[in-house]
Design a protein around this ligand. Structure first.
Ligand code: MGD
Ligand code: MGD
Ligand code: MO
Length: 564
């Protein structure tokens, strides 16, 4: 019998693994099901950092902390490893009175929309997904970003709503190749037709909601013909959707693609509203899934009060005298790389990381972090109710774990077991008690001038966020007139950068696709935060082809973004 552990990467799937000299996937685990993914393979073969001068570096950190005013210290945690013990350092810095970077580079805008409607982001039980018979994959690259979940449901019927013809779109009975950022309108128009066709779940609406008439009124504010023009869809697309969901046990798997925008909260709330009209909540089959808060229902031992916070996407590192980074490759993962890098250069940066990353170039002290193999931890899941223990499997000398560093900085830290026991059992899990519909929506969809494109920046199968990815490619539809291998410069209001072109007929002609983790992508993105949820909005700005070959026709006012 080998030792059981879990993959620490920030995925929808939280896979169990078995270590027996090398790694195997658990045969009987609900998700890993005997298979490991390529990213886990990359993780365990990655070159990790070690430093014989670790003790000296730790002393530098300690004395820096002592000589810096607490609020001038910034703690910034990333999602390189999502084991629960990772948060202990945030607690340590909070206790010191440091400023804590809060909010999200990920799902926060959409999450705040869901919270506004139903109180908390809670996913239905995994058994509901298995019991559903029609799955709407909405802004989620299902088979790529959660291959193990996909594997469990691959024989079901799918509808995909995505501007790209993703692998799951190609397998779907209906692919709505939606124009970016128009999902709120699609959801509203579908809700309106659902009412017209009597698809609303009256018993759900009467029991759990009070203001569904407001949502109905809101959906009627949009005239069908102009809405279809804005959506760039035909009436048939909508008819097909409604025909397919009628009488089915429907699951919505909503990804973060729909909400990388300023009004991401409202967009998700409209999608959730459509789901509520169809009565997808609180049933034994179907429901709405989003990333969710995997710590929901647990008591949190890391509960130190934050004295001061700043939203992650718009942090100005230059304003702090000491920046502590934990599992966050900010020079690549955060929006507005130019601003991020300038800020890092002006501050004293301590970077705790398992691997060499882009941010190391701008770090004054790089602390080698122990990998999941060398520390005790627990992995929770976004998708299931599982709790997987991650015991220490081997020693990694000349590196330090988050727990060990917390203990080094704070004498009052208890032993590991004390913290881990909080995550060994769920205290309570909330259910949806009341659903409040959105009753007002204003989402701005920008028109494209010549040589402008909507930026789509999704995840790649070849990496995990910034980890393992080192390419510099932008994808365009072949009809855009560019050719494989062309070098182009792309610009937004924030900045510009060069990329190599690859053509791909799976895209819309009005979109430019650059994967997360691509070297220069975040030189184009804004550090402005979402209307709610303090979230990054990586797809808010359209991109323009620059250079003498491309005429400049747009007359824009740059005011809104000047300060970002
Ligand atoms: N292989 C791999 N797996 C991963 C990750 C990884 O980097 N690589 N990262 C992990 C993390 S941290 C996260 S948060 C999850 C995220 O996983 P997903 O939720 O799948 O997120 P994305 O890949 O960013 O985008 C999903 C899809 O949204 C589409 N999209 C973009 N804009 C729009 C729009 O306006 N409307 C609609 N309807 N669709 C749109 C994109 O084309 C894309 O196919 O994946 C996790 N899993
Ligand atoms: N353009 C664009 N940008 C994006 C996105 C996008 O879709 N498009 N996606 C966003 C999303 S959803 C997310 S979640 C963020 C993620 O961005 P980040 O939070 O930066 O996460 P990663 O890139 O996965 O990993 C960061 C670093 O963590 C380190 N690490 C790994 N394991 C450990 C460990 O055990 N301990 C410590 N201390 N360090 C460790 C690795 O060396 C890695 O360099 O990126 C965001 N950035
Ligand atoms: Mo994420």
């Amino acid at each position: 019998m080998g030792m059981i552990s879990a993959c620490p990467l920030d995925c929808y799937d939280a896979c169990e693994v078995v270590f027996e000299g090398n790694f195997k996937a658990s045969e009987n685990h609900i998700l890993s099901n005997g298979k490991l993914c390529a990213n886990f393979g990359r993780l365990i073969s990655a070159k990790t950092l070690r430093d014989e001068n670790l003790a000296e570096k730790l002393e530098i950190l300690k004395s820096k902390i002592l000589s810096t005013k607490p609020e001038k210290i910034l703690y910034f945690g990333g999602s390189g490893n999502v084991g629960v013990m990772n948060s202990i350092l945030q607690n340590t810095f909070a206790k010191l009175g440091a400023t804590i970077a809060t909010g999200s580079l990920c799902d926060g805008a959409g999450a705040s929309g869901i919270e506004a409607g139903r109180g908390a982001v809670i996913n239905p039980p995994f058994s509901n997904l298995l019991a559903s018979d029609l799955i709407v994959v909405w802004g989620r690259n299902l088979s790529v970003t959660s291959p193990h979940i996909y594997d469990k449901i691959k024989d079901k019927t799918f509808i995909t709503i995505d501007p790209r013809k993703t692998p799951i779109a190609q397998k779907s009975i209906l692919h709505i190749q939606i124009k970016p950022k128009t999902d709120y309108l699609l959801a509203l128009i579908l809700a309106r037709f659902a009412f017209m066709e009597g698809l609303e779940d009256v018993s759900f609406l009467e029991k759990y909601t009070e203001n569904w008439q407001d949502f109905f009124e809101l959906s009627r504010n949009f005239k069908i013909k102009p809405a279809l023009e804005e959506l760039d869809l035909s009436l048939d697309n909508l008819g097909d959707f409604l025909h397919l969901v009628r009488g089915k046990k429907v699951a919505f798997l909503v990804g973060i693609g729909v909400q990388k925008y300023f009004e991401g909260d409202d967009i998700l709330r409209c999608i959730d509203g459509l789901a509520a009209i169809l009565g997808l909540f609180n049933k034994d089959a179907g429901g709405v899934w989003y990333l969710s808060d995997s710590k929901n229902g647990f008591e949190n031992p890391f509960d130190a009060k934050f004295f001061k916070t700043v939203p992650k996407p718009s942090v100005d590192f230059g304003k702090f005298d000491l920046v502590f980074l934990n599992g966050a490759n900010v020079a690549k993962s955060m929006p507005n790389s130019t601003k991020v890098i300038d800020g890092l250069k002006q501050s004293f940066v301590v970077n705790l990381t398992t691997m060499e990353n882009e941010t190391c170039k701008y770090s004054d002290v790089v602390l080698p972090a122990k990998t999941f193999l060398a520390k005790n931890d627990i992995r929770l899941s976004y998708a299931t109710d599982e709790i997987i223990k991650m015991p220490k499997i081997k020693d990694e000398p000349n590196a330090i774990s988050e727990f060990e560093l917390a203990k080094f900085l704070d004498d009052s830290v208890e032993n590991e077991e004390f913290y881990l026991q909080y995550f060994e059992k769920r205290v309570q899990k909330k259910s949806i008690e009341k659903f409040t519909f959105i009753d007002e929506v204003e989402v701005e969809i920008q028109k494209l001038a010549k040589n402008e494109f909507y930026l789509i920046t999704p995840k790649t199968k070849n990496g995990l966020n910034s980890q393992f990815v080192d390419t510099n490619i932008v994808y365009f539809h072949p009809d855009c007139g560019l050719e494989d291998g062309d070098e182009v410069e792309l610009g937004t209001k924030i900045g510009s950068a060069k990329f190599n072109v690859q053509t791909c007929d799976k895209l819309r002609t009005d979109c430019a696709v650059i994967y997360a983790g691509t070297k220069n992508v975040n030189h184009l993105t804004t550090s402005m935060i979402s209307k709610n949820g303090d979230c990054a909005i990586f797809q808010e700005l359209k991109v323009k082809l620059l250079g003498e070959n491309f005429e400049d026709e747009s007359e824009e006012d740059f005011d809104l973004y000047d300060s970002f």
